[in-house]
Design a protein around this ligand. Structure first.
Ligand code: PEP
Ligand code: MN
Length: 351
């Protein structure tokens, strides 16, 4: 079984007792590799607790000495970097609200020049991957890409969601493809915003071959000064990590390969059939376009679209297919069908 990298500690260092007690209990689990604590907190509201500042670094340095574990803090500007380096911090992370700001990232990159340190870069708060890759490139420029890890903490979404920050796993696949050698850590705490979903999200990350997890923990979570709803005790973290399954990326078993390959060849055949059918469907859309052109009839036919959706959705239910999934497929097919009709019906002359 793969050994994941586990990063844990309080959302914020609040008092010396809380910092030391949380960190020593975490170290006793023997499952934590790196301790984290927020010293400067970039809070959305100015009413929220904004961190204890440099004083917290002294407590955290103490926790490092007592536990023998490396420590990680968030930095958002050059001053934070200088102070973190002066206090023996081993890892710094760039938070979601800083990754979005190229000025800050540039300043941090400059301050980190020559430092022997790893930098964890969280995804930007909004799903704009180019801001994330821009930040990675800026830091890589001064420290080298080998000193960078990525942290996936989810993306903020407008309106109701079961998550505090929606994971959008498929977007993260894009960035992982861009930086294939770079480690990626999942931060289920900020994705979930609660304790209940932590295990579910951690297991998905494990199954998507993430390299580790960053999970917030607090000796008394309910009394935490920030992110109280999502923090768990070191003992709960221990239980969570015990129930997680980190599966192998591959298997040498011949029975496994045989079963997998036979299912895969069936899937390949179905994919070919699906795309063959799609191609035929689009040719028919063009024919419809020619008929509508002759009849001088508009492309969009509300009634026809409604009846297609109704018919397919009722079949989807019977076939045990997810309704939202089928609805989005239908919409994409319909949009392409309109495109095809448009090219047939509205051929513009070159001027
Ligand atoms: C944090 O890790 O405590 C934090 C502030 O995270 P994020 O930048 O992901 O919101
Ligand atoms: Mn937090």
């Amino acid at each position: 079984m793969k050994r994941p990298i586990i990063i844990s500690g309080p959302c914020s260092a609040e008092t010396e007792e809380q910092t030391i007690a949380t960190c020593t209990r975490l170290a006793e689990t023997k499952k934590v590799d790196i301790l984290r604590a927020g010293i400067w907190k970039p809070r959305t509201s100015p009413e929220s607790f904004e961190g204890v500042g440099e004083l917290g670094l002294i407590w955290f340095e103490n926790a490092k000495r007592i536990t023998g574990l490396p420590i990680a803090v968030e930095v958002a500007n050059a001053e934070h970097v200088h102070k973190a380096l002066a206090h023996g911090v081993d890892y710094v992370w760039i938070g979601a609200r800083t990754t979005v700001n190229p000025f800050n990232v540039k300043e941090i990159a400059h301050a980190l020049k020559g430092a022997k340190i790893k930098v964890l870069i969280k995804n930007p708060i909004n799903p704009d991957l180019s801001l994330w890759s821009g930040a990675i490139e800026r830091i890589a420029h001064t420290l080298g890409i080998e000193n960078i890890w990525l942290v996936h903490r989810g993306f903020s979404a407008y309106g109701y969601s079961e998550y505090r920050n929606v994971p959008l796993w498929h977007l993260v696949f894009d960035i992982r493809r861009q930086f294939p050698e770079t480690k990626i850590i999942c931060d289920p705490s900020h994705i979930c915003g609660n304790r209940e979903n932590l295990l579910k999200i951690s297991q998905i990350a494990a199954d998507l071959n993430y390299d580790g997890l960053m999970i917030e923990s607090h000796i008394y979570p309910n009394a935490a000064w920030s992110d109280a709803n999502q923090q768990i005790t070191p003992d709960s973290l221990n239980i969570l990590l015990k129930s997680l399954k980190w599966r192998d990326v591959n298997s040498n078993s011949s029975i496994f390969s045989y079963s997998l390959n036979s299912i895969r060849s069936e899937i390949d055949q179905i994919d070919s059939d699906l795309f063959e059918l799609l191609s035929r469907r689009m040719k028919l859309a063009e024919e419809i376009g020619r008929v509508k052109l002759t009849g001088n009839v508009s492309i969009y036919q509300e009634q026809r679209w409604k009846s297609i959706v109704e018919r397919i959705m009722s079949r989807a239910k019977r076939l045990n297919l997810n309704e939202a999934f089928i609805h989005s497929i239908l919409e994409i097919i319909h949009a392409e069908s309109i495109n095809r009709q448009n090219t047939v019906m509205n051929k513009t002359e070159n001027i």
